[in-house]
Ligand binder design. Structure first.
Ligand code: EPU
Length: 352
């Protein structure tokens, strides 16, 4: 077991915040996890699971033992009349995996192209974009309990998916592992090793999102292939969102809030241009990017942290930003949005 010491984490978080892991262990398979848990030194030590580092803000050096997930592999596990079931190791790069599925003819993940991060992180926040969420294509996952070393499998219901949410973001539930009907809180407790996806047959395009509808009108392509949608999504994302390799960021920094129709009407009375989407359950989703933009934050900076010019929902590292600066900026944005609209924006990334 090779524990590396004082490892710079800058290349491994997409915000490119400078911080170190006091100790870091690369995990290539479940046996590696079990070995660390059985180790008298490291077994009881706090642990932090690191995937692609695309949804974290490092606020200092990490004292917990960092388990850097490098479990690889991708394969078709089953093909039926109804679906392809495809599996990938948690350490696989998400976008490369999406590209691979399309290359193989397993369509269905194209709307989620170009999302930064790893396959293992994708269920944690139930990644979503352009009308599709991970839960729409999720089959099951294998994980290891970081307390007991036991391997376990969860289906979609057990993952408790919600908007940018799952059991992996909540504290420990009293029920422990295996209680299918109770809400499991597995934050910090599970290392996701393998994820399986169900890609339904026949494939159907998901093109209801405004940006895609607009592209269809502009190009005159009324029945796009999965590859065509993949290309459009890549173009749309590249035009709107900063490439983390060039400008450090963690994607959307806040969740889109939901409000009651009354709250929404109240805001519209004052701000008629409010961007809002009625949801099936009667509530209304607001565009957090619009709220932040309306408060004048687009393009602004606090220290070395800033608000992206092209999309106010994305905070960026303008070079040398600390996690503290990012948090100061985030709090200032929360305060102005709250003071103007009475809405408290909830951050998406995990503060470490
Ligand atoms: N808007 C503004 N000003 C801005 C930004 C946005 O007025 O500075 C308005 C836009 O004009 C648009 C609306 O807000 O009418 C929504 O913007 P957009 O379509 O860019 O989507 P979003 O709601 O801001 C969400 C996801 C993204 C995902 C896109 C596309 C969340 C928190 N974010 O953003 O996910 O790519 O939809 O589906 O749900 C991520 O989670 O990291 C992420 C990038």
């Amino acid at each position: 077991m090779l524990v590396e010491k004082n490892v710079p984490l800058e290349p491994w978080n997409t915000f490119h915040i400078v911080a170190k892991a006091h100790s870091l262990l690369r995990i290539a398979n479940c046996a590696d996890v079990q070995e660390v848990l059985a180790d008298p030194n490291w077994g009881p030590h706090p642990k932090f699971v690191l995937g692609g580092g695309s949804n974290i803000v490092l606020t200092g050096d990490v004292k917990a033992l960092v388990l850097k997930v490098e479990i690889m592999g991708k394969r078709l596990v089953q093909e039926t009349d109804q679906a392809f079931i495809v599996e990938a190791g948690a350490g696989e790069n998400w976008h490369d995996f999406v590209t691979w599925t399309l290359d193989q003819g397993y369509d269905g993940l194209e709307n989620l192209a170009l999302i930064p991060g790893t396959v293992g992180a994708s269920p944690v926040q139930n990644i979503g974009a352009y009308g599709l969420e991970l839960q729409d294509r999720f089959e099951s996952l294998d994980a290891v309990d970081l307390q007991t070393g036991a391997a376990f499998t969860l289906n979609a219901a057990q993952c408790g998916f919600g908007y940018r949410d799952s059991v992996f973001k909540h504290g420990h539930g009293a029920s422990g592992l295996g209680g299918a009907t109770q809400r499991l809180g597995l934050a910090g407790r599970a290392l996701i090793a393998t994820v399986r996806f169900r890609l339904p047959k026949p494939w159907r395009a998901v093109v209801g999102y405004t940006d895609l509808e607009r592209t269809m009108l502009e190009t005159g392509v009324a029945q796009p292939s999965a590859r065509q949608i993949y290309d459009w999504i890549c173009d749309i994302r590249r035009a709107k969102l900063p490439d983390p390799a060039v400008l450090g960021n963690a994607g959307s920094f806040f969740k889109n809030p939901t409000v009651t129709p009354e709250q929404c009407a109240d805001i519209i009375a004052r701000d008629p241009k409010l961007v809002h989407y009625p949801l099936l359950d009667g509530s209304v989703k607001l565009a957090a990017g619009w709220l932040i933009d309306a408060c004048g934050w687009r393009g602004k900076s606090v220290g070395h942290a800033g608000v992206y010019e092209g999309q106010a929902l994305v905070l960026v590292n303008r070079g040398g930003a600390t996690g503290g600066e990012v948090m100061t900026l985030a709090k200032a944005i929360q305060t102005s949005v709250y003071e103007r609209f009475g809405i408290l924006l909830e951050p998406e990334p995990l503060m470490v």
